[in-house]
Design a protein. Structure first.
Lengths: 246, 246
């Protein structure tokens, strides 16, 4: 690993980046995952690298859905496992959710490495590696059409952090309630999901855990479309702040 | 390599992404370079993945500077070598510029691999690997402070595609005229350079080559700050188009 000069104005972001690089070296993160992280970084930068009130709204709505879900499942990919494995396990425990490893660039070895990371972080059970319980999602020509019959296939509410658009649409067609973390408020995933938390998963997941821990979860009025529009307005304001004459 | 489904709405972007992955597999691109590409992708997406009139202004100004330069040098890093090595060689030939390999995450082996790629693409001479002619740039604590005494060190005009902010500032302090390609109009590099081409290097470099080929290059009035502000306005318009109620 290279030394990140402390004087570098993007040092904080560079440290998170190194987490991904470590995850990559450990066989958890795919090459494409490194690029996806870069895309997230750019949007996070435009959001001012903080949790907006719109993200907080979405987090509250997500907590309410998760706490009242019958069979919630959290889908984990390489980037999520590299960034916040302990938090995933904590969230699953609090809302009594299953954890399923599910990759866009599928790869049995990488799946097993991710399972190890999650178990090391405290997970008792991780679904998604047993071919006997695999089911195919219809309407997907990507390699990521396989899900676990005891996991996503059976779920009423699915948390899919950092998800691909095709798969989010397929999950919606299966009748799932979809909660996603996506830093791009314009993505198909963001627009298709029921609840889109437009925030860095590293920041937002701790807030989601806190919300789920609250003894009384009020059902709040929530409109994902309006919430996304608010987020885009926030980006536009940030752009104006940073480039005053634009 | 994985099959990219043709039906995927981001297929074009995914193909370019695979170029980077190939470059990574071939030892040309660094892990951090994959993430940097992702950041670029996000900004390109916000720019509508096309060359704006502001980018075209910058390209024209860059051509004028390059054609009238006394000792122009083009700095090449891993991502540039993976994306458009032939175009770099072509541009260097047309404006009679030196090519220098210069990396943020320096590494002698990777440097030599990049030299090979450039020579395979037609380059006669590539600077930056001979320690006897290396010079240090003052005011940089990054590993990328070393430049070639017959290259960047001696140049009056430097083309630094996909550059880091610290280094752009250091080059300006050395009195160089800096031309950069940067998809983030708010970056320190974008704001520090004399001419910032806010466009995907894959698209913009061909336009730059065309401009440099023109027999008569008119000196056009150019203001980088105003041009960047125009670009940011373009992003804001694109955001509004894609999210009409924001």
């Amino acid at each position: 690993m290279y030394l990140i000069p402390k004087s570098h104005p993007r040092a904080k972001s560079l440290y998170i980046r190194e987490k991904l690089v470590k995850g990559f070296d450990g066989g958890v993160v795919a090459k494409e995952g490194l690029m996806a992280h870069g895309r997230g970084e750019a949007f996070d930068y435009l959001l001012g690298e903080k949790t907006s009130k719109y993200a907080q709204n979405a987090i509250r709505a997500a907590a309410s859905s998760l706490v009242s879900a019958k069979y919630p499942v959290i889908s984990v990919n390489g980037n999520v496992a590299a960034l916040c494995p302990r938090e995933i396990v904590k969230l699953a425990r609090i809302v009594n959710a299953k954890i399923e490893v599910n990759l866009f660039y599928t790869n049995q070895k990488r799946k097993e490495t991710i399972v190890k990371v999650l178990k090391k972080s405290g997970a008792k059970e991780v679904l998604g590696t047993d071919s006997k319980s695999s089911r195919r999602i219809l309407g997907l020509d990507s390699v990521r059409r396989v899900v676990d019959s005891n996991g996503i296939y059976k779920a009423d509410v699915v948390v899919v952090p950092l998800e691909d658009g095709d798969r989010t649409i397929a999950l919606k067609k299966m009748g799932k309630k979809v909660i996603t973390f996506d830093l791009n408020p314009l993505s198909r995933t963001a627009k298709t999901a029921d609840i889109t938390i437009v925030d860095n998963v590293v920041r937002a997941i701790n807030r989601l855990i806190s919300e789920c821990k609250k003894s009384k979860i009020r059902k709040i009025p929530y409109n994902n479309k309006k919430n996304l529009a608010g987020t885009v307005l926030e980006i536009k304001k940030n752009l104006s702040r940073r480039m005053p004459h634009a």
